[in-house]
Every structure is written in C-alpha cells, then in structure tokens.
Design a protein around this ligand. Structure first.
Ligand code: G4P
Length: 522
C-alpha cells in the first residue's frame, strides 16, 4: 500500500438520501456500473427497501445476502475509492438511517423532478445539516414531464433553507428532453444521441459554437435564458459553502436512462470531501494519524442464516486497518484481535486485509460490540461522539409465550437491543420488559426475528403512545412520583425515564414536581 495520506485522500464516503421512489436504487446501480463493480443493472437489490411492506421484509430476510452487500458498496473510479452507504428508505427505520449518516463525509440527495421536496427528504436533510456535511443534489427523472426546474430549485431553497448552485441545467424535459447545459464544464451534454455527438462545446459567452442544430431550438433558447438569469441573480459557487453544507451543488439527469450520471459522479468526486477529522470526547482525531481507530455504526445479525453470524460495521476514522491487528474496545478496555473481517465490494463479500480512514469494514461479532463502540489501536483511549438515539413514541410490554423459553427470550432481546433494532426499558421492581420504537414496522420485524432467529414466540401488549422523558437530576426522583399515568422505568444504560401517558399527565407532573428537570432525546 502507498503512503497513508494519499490513500486517505482518495476516499469518498457518502450516503444517498431520498424519499422512497425518487430513484436511489437506480442511481446507485448506475454508479456501480461506472465503477465496474457490477456488470448489469438489476443486480443490486432483489427488492427495493424503499417501499417494502411487512411481507416483503420477510422476503428480504430470505435474501439477506443480497440486502446486506447492498448496504455498503465500494468501487474504484478514476483513482478514487468510493464507498456508498445505503440507508433504509422506510421512515420506521429512521434511527438506523441517522446512525448511517454519522458514518459518512457527505450526502447525495435525490429529488424526483415531478414531486419536488418530499417528507422523508426533509427529515434526512436535517440530520445532514446538523452534522454540517456537504450535500449534493441530483434532480432525477428528467426524461419524464416534471415541474419547472426553477420552481423545484426555489422549493429546495425555501423548504430546506439551503443555498443552491445548479452545476447544469436541463434543456426541455420529458419527451422533449434534449440534454443539459453544463455550466461547470462549459458544454452541452445531449440526450438520446450517439457517443460522438454527446458533448458540444460552448464559447466564452456560454453559447453553442458553430451552427449546431440545437441552436435553433426554442428549448435551448429557454435554457440559455434561464442560465443567464442564474448567472446574474443566482448564488455564486463557493467551495467553502459546499464544504460546510450551506450550499448544495445541483445536478439534473435521468438515472434510469443513465443520463447525466457520469457527469455527476466526476464532478462530485472533485468537490466532495475526503475523510474529515472526527469528533471524539478527547477532541478531533486526524484521519491521517498513524494509529488505527474507528467506531461501530451498525450491527446486523444473522446475515447468513446458515451461519448465524453477526457483523459489526466499522467506519475507520484514522490510520490503517490490517487484518490480525490488536485493538482496544474503549467501552470495556478489553483487547481484541481483529482476525475476521470483510469488506463490501458490491456483489461479493471478500476478506479485507487492509483498509484506511473513510473505508467501512465488517467485523464478525459474537456479541462483543454495541452500536456506538469505539475501537483503537494500542492503549490510547478515544471515545468517538455518541450516535443519535431517538425518543421513541410507541411502547409494548413483551413476554415470552412459553415460560420455558426465558433464556432464548432474553438473549434475543439483548442482541436486538445491541443492534439498535429496538429500545429497551425495564420497570423498576418487577423488571417487566418494555420495548420502545419509533415506527410500527420495527415491532413487526422484532416479532418476526424473535421467532425466526431465537425461536421464541412473544406476547406483545400495547401500552399505548407515551411521552418518554429522561431526567437531569435523577437523585431527586423518588419512586412515589411514579403512577399509572407516569410510569418510572430504566433504560438499557440504567438511566431513569418517565413514560407519561400524554401531554396532560406530563404537565400535571411538572406542576407537582417543579424541581425535576426532564429532557427528551432527538
Ligand atoms: P428508490 O430506491 O429511491 O425507492 O427508487 P428506485 O430506484 O427503485 O426507483 C423508483 C421508480 O422510479 C422505479 O420504477 C424506477 O425505474 C423509476 N426511476 C428511477 N429513475 C428514473 C428516471 O430517471 N426516469 C424515470 N422515468 N424513472 C425512473 P418502478 O416502476 O417503481 O420500478 P420498476 O418496476 O421499474 O423496478
């Protein structure tokens, strides 16, 4: 391997965010095709995670091998190593998505040109914003009739509160889509033409050279006017603003017909950041620092039903990973030899021997790791910043149907909680198990996995919507403050939590106990 710094600088690690159906799968596939990571479209996913119903999820279970390789994909392009992290499209798994976004250096946001900014996009965008990572926008499906591009741009700026800079601009759309006017490369990229005609150069005034046929088209003239308007009244391009996530470069194209995707990829690679210093409790850690370190942002169990294995996904934040190295798990101080590792090159899971900052590796896990764990080479103690946890809104009391299955039941719950699939709470005296979730589908997946992976039928008793509040001054809380309308429980870190029946119960509690300081998570 060449020197560490050059290796790290060649990494680009990002996630694609979008509302289901905007074209995430299609775009990912095209990118992989460019990288030579797959040979034919249609190989990435058997099912689209974006729109699955429960029954589909079970199908996905069967195809775990496929769905997992597609959750992290790496390929090489033009001297770069590109790592794409997939995010579940369904909103019930938004916690999972949030954690994934903690592991990337930039994000690509896909917008359906006919639909504009949709609900799920807004949510995911907010997380990227919170992290201050660069966001690149791909406005998709130009081969179909969509909304006026200026209108979509305006909506993007207004709804998301971010400045935009169109790197290119569509000439017509739908049946009359002729191509894109490329402001960045000063050329026209034509749609539906042979390769030799694909690019037409522009002169220094930004107009077509010679007597190209396109020149007489009203759509070209319209695009030219729009671009002039953007030049005069639009935002200036600023690399600094791109880097701190306050301006998004916008690209137009059609993922399905593979138009504008390569242009997007090449420009993206030019402006997207290489791995950045990462916040830890001890201060920022430089990605080119010699000692290896990383954190676990995802754990996926039983990916291969035949082997019942579990894989912890590690984002490398500094140094170089070498198979067989010894690391310390910061949470426990325990030393671990990393001998079984894997990386994710599209279709294929292969053993990884070396990887550097920015890369994602998978470690075979026998219950050692938890979401958010930091691992470091040598004895130094680093703890990377905590991963976001949501305040759940749905709660169920769960028990095993068959009392003889207690051991399996607890093992299943323990592992699914470690994976971050569900949140765990216990009542104080009786230690009844209450699980919390952000979305209903999480329960269905939980029930299904308990049965299929741990062989336990569970009884789930809905205890209704609750408002969960953690407590700043725990020492001042007494059990007598608990009631049927404000149940006192412990979370998995043994922190006290009140589960209030509703807003009214919470206000009533605060009136009676003004000294207790409550707070919510994300
Ligand atoms: P997702 O992962 O974001 O959920 O979206 P996905 O790529 O699965 O795309 C959703 C639908 O939009 C698919 O059609 C896909 O073919 C279509 N699509 C994606 N990009 C484009 C584009 O650039 N132009 C047009 N016209 N369509 C596009 P589907 O009918 O729902 O699925 P399928 O039956 O074709 O697989």
């Amino acid at each position: 391997m060449t020197n560490l710094k050059d290796e790290v600088l060649s990494r680009r690690t990002f996630a694609i965010i979008s509302h289901p159906d905007a074209g995430k799968t299609t775009l990912t596939e095209q990118l992989l095709l460019f990288g030579g990571a797959i040979r034919a479209a249609g190989t990435v996913k058997g099912k689209k995670t974006g729109k699955f119903a429960t029954s589909d999820w079970m199908e996905i279970e069967k195809q775990r091998g496929i769905s997992v390789t597609s959750s992290v994909m790496a390929f090489d392009y033009d001297g770069y190593r590109v790592n794409i992290l997939d995010t579940p499209g369904h909103q019930d798994f938004s916690e999972d998505t949030y954690r994934t976004l903690m592991a990337v250096d930039s994000a690509v946001m896909i917008i359906d040109s006919a639909k504009g900014i949709e609900a799920q996009t807004i949510k995911l965008f907010k997380v990227c914003r919170m992290r201050g990572i660069p966001i690149f926008t791909f406005i998709n499906k130009l081969d179909r009739q969509g909304r006026e591009p200026l209108e979509v741009l305006e909506e993007l700026e207004e709804v998301l509160g971010i400045e935009s800079y169109p790197m290119n601009w569509p000439i017509g759309m739908g049946k009359e889509f002729l191509g894109i006017y490329d402001r960045h490369y000063n050329r026209i990229e034509q749609f539906r033409v042979g390769d030799e005609e694909r690019f037409l150069p522009l002169d220094e005034n930004g107009e077509l050279i010679g007597d190209a046929e396109l020149k007489s088209s009203g759509l070209y003239q319209q695009a030219l006017e729009d671009v002039q308007l953007l030049n005069e009244a639009g935002n200036d391009f600023s690399e600094e603003k791109v880097a701190n996530g306050t301006l998004t470069p916008v690209f137009f194209g059609s993922a399905l017909t593979n138009f504008g995707v390569q242009t997007f990829l090449e420009t993206y690679l030019q402006f997207a950041p290489s791995p950045q210093p990462r916040k830890s409790e001890e201060g920022p850690v430089d990605p080119v620092k010699e000692e290896f370190s990383g954190f676990i942002f995802k754990i996926q169990a039983n990916m291969n039903p035949a082997h019942r294995d579990r894989i912890a996904f590690v984002r490398i934040c500094s140094g170089k990973f070498e198979r067989g190295m010894n690391v310390t798990l910061s949470r426990t101080g325990k030393s671990i030899k990393l001998s079984q590792s894997t990386q994710f090159l599209a279709d294929d899971r292969s053993t990884v021997n070396e990887a550097v900052s920015g890369d994602i590796i998978g470690l075979y896990d026998t219950g050692t790791y938890q979401i958010g764990d930091t691992i470091v080479e040598g004895k130094e103690n680093i703890q990377y910043e905590k991963l976001p946890q949501f305040t759940p809104e749905l709660f169920m009391r769960v028990t095993a149907k068959n009392v003889m299955k207690q051991k399996h039941f607890h093992k299943g719950i323990h592992q699914l909680v470690q994976e971050g699939a569900i949140q765990l709470y216990k009542t104080l005296r009786t230690e009844d198990i209450i699980i919390g979730a952000v979305g209903q589908l999480q329960y269905e997946v939980f029930e299904h996995r308990m049965k299929n992976e741990y062989n336990v039928d569970v009884i789930m008793e809905n205890i209704g919507g609750k408002i969960a509040r953690w407590i700043e001054n725990e020492a001042d809380v007494t059990e007598s403050m608990s009631s049927s309308r404000s149940i006192l429980v412990k979370d998995r870190h043994d922190r006290l939590v009140f589960l209030f029946e509703n807003d009214f119960a919470m206000r009533w509690f605060q009136d009676k106990n003004p000294d207790i300081k409550l707070y919510s998570l994300l």
